[in-house]
Design a protein. Structure first.
Ligand SMILES: Nc1ncnc2c1ncn2[C@@H]1O[C@H](COP(=O)(O)OP(=O)(O)OP(=O)(O)O)[C@@H](O)[C@H]1O
Ligand SMILES: Nc1ncnc2c1ncn2[C@@H]1O[C@H](COP(=O)(O)OP(=O)(O)OP(=O)(O)O)[C@@H](O)[C@H]1O
Ligand SMILES: [Mg+2]
Ligand SMILES: [Mg+2]
Lengths: 324, 343, 273
């Protein structure tokens, strides 16, 4: 068993502009993604998904600070506060960014984007990169016409597919996809997800799929982690987490998902996501949890759930502490 | 190039309209400032020829005609470069101005060819090493340099040049040398002329004389371009598309050359254009007062001294036209670089 | 029934200038022969894949993009042949929520100026605007305290609420929403859906929603207009379209959707495990 990604107690924070405090976006995450896994990270907005994804992609901004360790295929990429991603970016890990509208240079055509990426990673020349670009674009349902386009001439969904195509073209072993389907419709969403799934199954590309869309995880991913306020509160096999959610947060998240043809009332989560400035060891859901108890001022451990293999949850209520 | 001919055409028409406005304005100014415009236009002549000269000026200006005809004629004269003879030099005004113009333009273009790339490089380099010693050095240096008057800086440069090499950079070229080697300026840009004629002695001499004033002039644009490009690069490096390119494994050099530079070039061109028109005045002062070069500066001073009214007015008009021209060109270049601007 | 909005055979597109052809302008047609009617008080959703021209339809409705041919009738008046003051008058009766809450808010303006802008444009006094602004903030469930803040600090869901507040401040009769939830996460999406429906019920507006998400459309509309490559391929009530889709495109849309959400529509669909 080869581990593609291993995070050992990693914390990631952003220093605020006046350097007065640090916003902790990821807090003490332990995580192992095996080679060939399709791992899904879900959670609400601001829970730290993009931060964790960009740490793996090696593009934390300069004002970010880290603690803990991150290994990528046994290479130590983050060691406490030193980062070393040389040779990993683009070659081992490729990245599909979250905002299609701002992630392509407005001054370069789609073809140029492909060319610079493929020239610098795989040493392709113009012709070879053009060919690879056309192939990749075909996979995401775009035709070669977009090669000459500038990003602003494409719709949001087309931009997003271009981003996916570029990430695919460089044949990296790990693909980190940050909300890759947020701007495209169901048809395309299904085909893009299936494409990612196929890459994962047929080419053993390790996938880290970041999304807030719980629904779309099931056709691609075999493993799932639910993130909340920078901590992982529940993790396990996709099927077992979705069929048998344990954490109150996961359950409530599932209640927000609209279902086609079933018109149940939607039950939004109460309250707004929080920014963590003081990294205190308390349950991250305590203030919004309808089932909170006194014990929840302490941070619960990540405990296995019943007899389910690999299913863990971080909640006092499920570890025998019933009232307090 | 995402700019249509249509846009360029519109811009040029617009500039021409503005120029016409400026000409009309100067003409009206000429008419309504105290004193007989014909007398002024003739250059306040005295003596027996005075009456004849004033009569001629009156006819030239068409002051006997209705005002709109006068204005139309004046505009026509400006565009055909036919503004009569200079009172001081007794040659056509257009010739006086053109010779001054080429001299100053040569100096300015030389200074800017030096300044913009250097400023750009400094800006990029310090942006990439933000907070480093190099960066803070450049930062404070640019503040100090930008607050020095250009003519004073010019004087210091001239002094240094004289005291270290014994060479006083004065004038555009050594006339003795020019005459002895048979140098014959065609375009009026001496460096270019000398190169075309293969006259390397004159070229070298002209080069040695143009470098010191150009240095003095280039300090301001170097500072401006360095500051602006430093900020722009620092901002561009934080753009999502740059971070994404990094994640895709694009090398640092490629990122800077193709992702960052492309995005900062349009604003840098714009800033350089603004600085350029600002530097014209700088150049006029430095070239004439410090380095004794002929050019627009010396012509302006001369015309004021000798009450060469035609030259002064023509100078004002053509300078304005030049300002507008530079701005138009800058806008067109800028628009044609940015693919998002569709006009 | 009153038709409040009608598109008659609208064809529209953008001037496109590309590559070396930049010197010759040509027009790229995005919408072809689009006709539909929206009745007063209706909730209509326009569904289509990315790039199919959904936003373009809204631009046409909002008076921002003149169709190449065809007519846009709002309250029976031909929008693009009205003199500009009358056109403005009509457009004022439309509230608009733009596509991306992260990029549609001016980060340096105070919330009250952003929200009050539609009223300011018609010359309402500031005193009244502020009052009204705090009213609509309450309606969309935002705290009064943010009225003097800038938008920079706000989360996506709060931004979307600010945009909705701005859209309803001038009491529009038509509310036009471009992908109101696609930039938000599911739990915030659920909040916004509930908010929009309560606005619909209280103010009896006509609601036109653009979305690529059938699941969302089901909550925000009674009637669906399905768009593909700039043409309408299907139109009908939500139930009708979902139960009995006619066009191939709609069918595949529904199948894909079920496939994606398979896990939730209970345990009958294949899941990787
Ligand atoms: N570049 C940054 N500088 C400062 N703070 C940041 C930065 N990026 C994110 N944050 C903060 O870190 C926290 C986590 O943000 P992150 O973008 O990782 O969340 P996310 O789960 O990806 O959310 P979303 O679903 O909205 O994309 C948030 O509180 C956010 O405000
Ligand atoms: N300003 C513009 N100039 C030129 N072409 C444009 C412009 N805006 C959109 N287009 C083109 O028009 C077509 C339709 O775009 P539109 O934005 O209406 O799509 P959409 O259905 O809203 O897509 P999305 O769901 O991705 O937002 C696309 O092919 C796009 O490339
Ligand atoms: Mg994110
Ligand atoms: Mg759109």
């Amino acid at each position: 068993m080869v581990l593609a990604v291993r995070a050992g107690g990693i914390s990631i924070g952003y220093i605020d502009e006046e350097e007065e405090y640090i916003v902790w976006a990821v807090r003490g995450v332990d995580l192992a993604i095996e080679e060939g896994d399709a791992f899904c990270l879900v959670g609400e907005s601001g829970s730290g998904k993009t931060t964790f994804a960009s740490a793996i992609a090696g593009i934390l901004p300069p004002h970010a600070v880290t603690r803990g360790k991150l290994y990528i295929f046994d290479r130590l990429a983050i060691d406490e506060s030193t980062w070393n991603f040389n040779g990993l970016r683009g070659r081992v890990v490729s990245y599909i960014p979250q905002n299609p509208g701002t992630s392509l240079s407005p001054f370069l055509t789609v073809e140029d984007h492909f060319y610079y990426v493929l020239r610098d990673t795989l040493r392709y020349d113009r012709e070879k990169s053009r060919k690879a670009a056309m192939e990749a674009l075909l996979k995401v349902g775009l035709d070669r016409g977009v090669l000459e386009d500038y990003p602003h001439e494409l719709s949001g969904g087309m931009q997003q597919r271009v981003l996916i195509a570029i990430a695919l073209a460089s044949n990296a072993k790990i693909i980190v996809a940050d909300e890759p389907t947020s701007a495209i419709d169901a048809n395309l969403r299904a085909s893009v997800l299936q494409l990612l799934g196929r890459l994962n199954r047929e080419y053993r590309v390790t996938l880290l799929l970041v999304t807030h869309d719980l629904a779309s995880t099931s056709i691609v991913c075999n493993r799932l982690a639910v993130m909340l306020a920078g901590k992982i509160v529940e993790t396990g096999r996709t099927i077992s987490v979705l069929r048998n959610p344990q954490h109150p947060y996961t359950k409530m998240l599932l209640d927000c998902v609209p279902l086609l043809g079933v018109k149940k009332p939607l039950k939004p989560l109460p309250g707004e996501p929080i920014q963590v400035v003081e990294d205190k060891a308390i349950c991250p859901f305590r203030e919004r949890c309808p089932r909170a108890i006194d014990k929840c001022v302490e941070e619960p451990p990540l405990k296995p759930v019943g007899d389910e293999e690999n299913h863990y949850v971080k909640c006092w209520r499920l570890t025998g502490v019933e009232s307090g | 190039m995402p700019v249509s001919l249509n846009y360029i055409f519109k811009r040029i028409i617009l500039s021409i309209l503005v120029v016409i406005g400026v000409i009309v304005f100067s003409y009206i100014l000429l008419l309504y400032t105290p004193g007989d415009p014909a007398v002024k236009w003739a250059g306040n002549p005295r003596g027996p020829e005075a009456r004849k000269a004033i009569e001629m000026a009156r006819r030239e200006l068409g002051l006997d005609q209705p005002i709109h005809v006068q204005i139309a004629q004046f505009i026509y004269h400006v565009f055909t470069g036919n503004l009569g003879l200079s009172i001081a030099y007794k040659v056509p005004v257009s010739q006086v101005i053109t010779s001054g113009f080429t001299a100053t333009l040569e100096l300015l273009v030389f200074a800017y060819l030096l300044a913009v790339p250097l400023g750009l490089w400094l800006g990029i380099y310090s942006a990439l090493r933000r907070g480093s010693r190099f960066d803070s050095f450049i930062q404070s240096l640019s503040v100090v340099l930008a607050s020095m008057p250009t003519f004073w800086l010019g004087a210091i440069i001239a002094l240094i040049s004289y005291s270290t090499t014994g060479f006083l950079p004065y004038g555009r070229v050594s006339y003795k040398l020019a005459a002895s080697t048979g140098f014959n300026p065609i375009t009026g840009f001496y460096l270019l002329d000398a190169l075309i004629q293969g006259n390397y002695a004159v070229f070298l001499d002209a080069l040695l004389r143009i470098i010191p004033p150009a240095l003095a002039i280039s300090v301001y644009p170097i500072g401006v371009v360095a500051r602006v490009s430093r900020t722009l690069v620092a901002e561009a490096l934080l753009e999502d598309y740059v971070r994404t390119a990094v994640a895709w494994g694009v090398r640092r050099n490629t990122i800077i050359k193709h992702f960052v530079l492309k995005s900062i070039i349009p604003p840098v061109i714009q800033i350089s254009g603004l600085a350029f028109v600002y530097s014209i005045v700088d150049a006029m002062v430095v070239e004439s007062l410090v380095f004794g070069r002929e050019g627009l500066g010396s012509i302006l001073l001369d015309s004021l001294h000798k009450a060469d009214f035609r030259v002064t007015i023509a100078l004002a008009i053509y300078l304005t036209i030049f300002y507008i021209l530079v701005n138009t060109i800058v806008d067109i270049i800028q628009a044609s670089i940015d693919p998002r601007v569709k006009i | 029934m009153d038709s409040i909005l009608e598109l008659q055979r609208v064809t529209a597109g953008y001037k496109s200038i590309k590559g070396f052809k930049s010197l010759i302008k040509r027009v790229e047609i995005v919408l072809r022969d689009i006709s539909f009617t929206v009745e007063k008080g209706e909730r209509v959703a326009i569904i289509g894949e990315s790039g199919s021209g959904k936003t373009t339809i809204l631009r046409v409705i909002l008076g921002l993009l003149k169709p190449i041919s065809g007519k846009v009738l709002i309250y029976g008046k031909d929008l693009y042949s009205l003199p500009s003051d009358q056109k403005l008058q009509i457009l004022r009766r439309i509230g608009y929520v733009p596509q991306d809450p992260y990029r549609s808010l001016n980060p340096v303006l105070k919330i009250k100026y952003i929200v009050g802008e539609p009223l300011e444009a018609v010359g309402v006094e500031w005193r009244h605007i502020e009052e009204r602004a705090s009213e609509v903030l309450k309606i969309v469930g935002l705290p009064q305290s943010i009225i003097n803040d800038t938008a920079e600090e706000l989360s996506g869901g709060m931004r979307q609420r600010v945009l909705i507040a701005r859209a309803i401040i001038a009491e529009p009769e038509i509310l036009v929403l471009d992908e109101p939830t696609s930039a938000l996460d599911v739990s915030i999406q659920a909040q916004i859906i509930n908010l929009l429906n309560s606005i619909y019920n209280t103010f009896k507006v006509t609601m036109i929603t653009v979305t690529h998400d059938l699941g969302v459309a089901q909550y925000l509309a009674d009637r669906l207009i399905i768009l593909k490559s700039g043409k309408i391929v299907e139109e009908g009530s939500v139930d009708e379209v979902l139960r009995n889709p006619k066009s191939e495109y709609t069918k595949s849309l529904i199948t894909s959707y079920l496939q994606i959400t398979g896990i939730n529509s209970l345990n009958n669909i294949k899941i990787r495990g």
